[in-house]
Structure formats: structure tokens, C-alpha cells
Ligand binder design. Structure first.
Ligand code: PHE
Length: 356
């Protein structure tokens, strides 16, 4: 649906806010000029397992490789689960400072902040020998070079946070782990009284640089989720709203960063429970995905509310509560009953569970 290309869509505005921040970076340490960041925002969402995982040094048992977490097209291709999937091809093409904005796909739980499609912006910067302070070797193992690259990364991201949230927003940096960066960090900010995980980042792993023919260079990268930023910044309460056609939503956004979303009337929720015997190996994400496929955006959340193991047979039973609520209108009980019936059918015929 190309949401981040639609004029005035909140995701487009956040994407533009990030691109603006990288176009207006102040000079680096010692007055070193910053490169121009090229924006790629039209890459195909279908990438190879190699691009999404192997090239990024994801270990063979990494959870995101599993079909329960990622949407596979076939054995070699999948819907990218992060914009990092484009790092190595962009590096091999010779880009040394770029942003990639794109839709990303993950199988996940269902609630107000999770949706199978979301958007990210990736940023990556490569330094050549003449872009480092005098005397620092272009060597990813050299402690002072590492410190310099990490300081530069922080300075750039601080500038981006200033632009997105304001210069006085409180920030917390902590160590993190990603297979493709070393060292790796997470940035949280304090916004609306809550700590918000904003992004992951770090120094590009030297093996990736080497594999892309850049063994004599160093660099940094980050990835930031756009929905999270837009929800916090504009006060959007439910991630499904990004996908609505409702004018009451869209007419509130005009491309300004200062929009404060005013919720229009909330329609009543309708809860329905479904319980079944759980076959071994069934992943909760399969249940969520089946429900989402059947009932679409009318599902607000799905919650595991009960589970038990039968003392004699050892069989395992789970009960999920499906909360139905439309963003645009009141649902009738009859309509929800019908949906729930379809959900039950699909769970039993498609996932093969025994309903209780
Ligand atoms: N790809 C990571 C994620 O989706 C974020 C990231 C990007 C981390 C680049 C480090 C460097 O969580």
C-alpha cells in the first residue's frame, strides 16, 4: 500500500523528518564535513534469505529465521523483516552514506502496537582514511577508531532525536546485541512519561565490511521503527489507524511534525474466546496469524488467557480471547459471531487443532 509514499501520511512525515535530520547534520568532530545521505525508499519487499540473514551474519539458529517469525515466499526468498536486509547490496554498489526506508514484515502477537507490516528507516555511513581524525587508523579493531565511530554515530542520532522529539528529550544508551554490528547499542528516550525503545545501532561488523570489499574502511549503522515514533510523536493510540481509509484520521495530518491526533469516538469492543487442544509444535504466532488472516483489522488484540495440561492424557489446552473492535463503526454481535465462527473453522481446518 506504499503508506510512506502518501503525501501527509504520518509515516511519510516521520520518514521525511529523519531524512531532513540527516540532511542538516552539523559538522563532525574537528569540523570534518558530513557526506550527503542518499535516500532509497523504493526497494522490493521480497529479498533473499542471504540478504536478510546470511550476509548479516545471523547465526543458523537465529529465531527470526524460523517460519513462525518471518513470512517466507519460498525456501530462498522472504518478506524482509528489517531494512538491514539492504545493507550489503547497497555497500557493494559503492554507497558510503545512505538511508533505506521501507515496509518490513514480521509474524508477531496482535495488540495496539503490533501489526504484521511496519516501517523502518536504516542508516549507514562508511568512513575512509581521510574522513577520520588525523592519526587514527582505518581499522575496526583499533580502540580509538572504535570510540570515534561510536561517538560520531551518537552525535548523528542525537541530532535526529532533537529533530523528531526536541532537544530536551531525555535519552538512555545501553549495550545491545545484533549479529551485524559490533559494538551494538540501543537508544531509549523518555517521552510522554514512558521509556520508549527507539532504535538499534552500532559499528558495522568488520566481517560485513570485508565481505563487501571494504576491509580497509569502518562504518556505523542504525535501524529505527517509524510507527513507534509516529504513535509517540502524534499520539496515535492504535497501529491499525495507519491503514485506515477513514477521513477523520487523514484529515488531521498535513505533513507537520506538530500534529496532535484527536481520537474520534471509540466504538465498543466485543470479546470472544476460543479454546482448543494444542498440538505439539504449534506456535502462538500461527494462531495470531490465522486470526488476523480471517478477521483482518477488526481484531484489536488477541490474548492467551488460560492454559492447562490434562492430568490423565497429558494433552495441552489453550484459550485465547479475541477482542474485536472497528476503528470506524460499531460492530453488531451477529457480525462478530460470524467472524468468530470463521476463525474457529480456520483454526480447525487450517491449523488442524481440535476445538473444545
Ligand atoms: N535491524 C535491526 C532491527 O530491526 C536494527 C539495527 C539496524 C540494529 C542497524 C543495528 C544496526 O531490530
Amino acid at each position: 500500500m506504499d503508506l510512506h509514499h502518501r503525501p501527509s501520511h504520518p509515516l511519510t512525515t516521520i520518514k521525511a523528518g529523519i531524512a531532513d535530520a540527516f540532511a542538516s547534520l552539523p559538522a563532525g568532530e574537528g569540523g570534518i564535513a558530513r557526506p550527503k545521505f542518499k535516500l532509497f525508499d523504493d526497494e522490493s519487499p521480497i529479498v533473499t534469505v542471504k540478504q536478510n540473514f546470511d550476509d548479516l551474519l545471523a547465526p543458523p539458529d537465529h529465531v527470526m529465521r524460523q517460519p513462525s517469525d518471518t513470512f517466507y515466499v519460498d525456501e530462498e526468498r522472504l518478506l524482509r523483516c528489517h531494512t538491514s536486509a539492504h545493507q550489503t547490496e547497497k555497500l557493494r554498489e559503492g554507497n558510503t552514506a545512505f538511508l533505506v526506508a521501507a515496509d518490513c514484515y514480521r509474524r508477531d502477537e496482535i495488540d495496539a502496537t503490533h501489526y504484521p507490516v511496519f516501517h523502518q528507516v536504516e542508516g549507514l555511513r562508511v568512513f575512509g582514511p581521510d574522513e577520520l581524525p588525523p592519526g587514527l587508523p582505518c581499522d575496526a579493531t583499533h580502540p580509538e577508531t572504535r570510540d570515534f565511530v561510536c561517538r560520531d554515530l551518537r552525535a548523528c542520532l542525537d541530532h535526529m532525536v532533537d529533530g523528531l522529539f526536541g532537544a530536551d528529550v531525555e535519552r538512555k544508551w545501553s549495550d545491545d546485541y545484533f549479529p551485524f554490528t559490533d559494538p551494538s547499542f540501543e537508544l531509549e528516550i523518555q517521552y510522554n512519561g514512558k521509556w520508549l525503545e527507539l532504535l538499534g545501532c552500532g559499528m558495522v561488523h568488520r566481517d560485513i565490511m570485508t565481505n563487501c570489499g571494504l576491509g580497509d574502511r569502518v562504518g556505523w549503522a542504525f535501524g529505527i521503527g517509524l510507527e513507534r515514533v509516529a504513535m509517540a510523536r502524534f499520539g496515535i493510540p492504535d497501529i491499525r489507524l495507519f491503514w485506515t481509509d477513514d477521513e477523520r484520521f487523514h484529515k488531521q495530518f498535513d505533513g507537520s511534525m506538530d500534529t496532535r491526533f484527536e481520537s474520534y469516538s471509540k466504538y465498543p469492543p466485543c470479546n470472544k474466546d476460543v479454546a482448543f487442544w494444542t498440538p505439539p509444535g504449534l506456535h502462538a504466532n500461527d494462531v495470531y496469524e490465522t486470526i488476523r488472516e480471517t478477521a483482518g483489522d477488526l481484531v484489536e488484540s488477541v490474548e492467551l488467557i488460560d492454559e492447562f495440561t490434562h492430568p490423565k492424557t497429558g494433552r495441552h489446552s489453550t484459550c485465547y480471547r479475541v477482542c474485536y473492535r472497528s476503528m470506524d463503526r460499531s460492530l453488531t454481535n451477529a457480525e462478530v459471531d460470524l467472524l468468530q465462527e470463521q476463525v474457529r473453522d480456520r483454526l480447525s481446518n487450517f491449523l488442524g487443532v481440535e476445538l473444545r
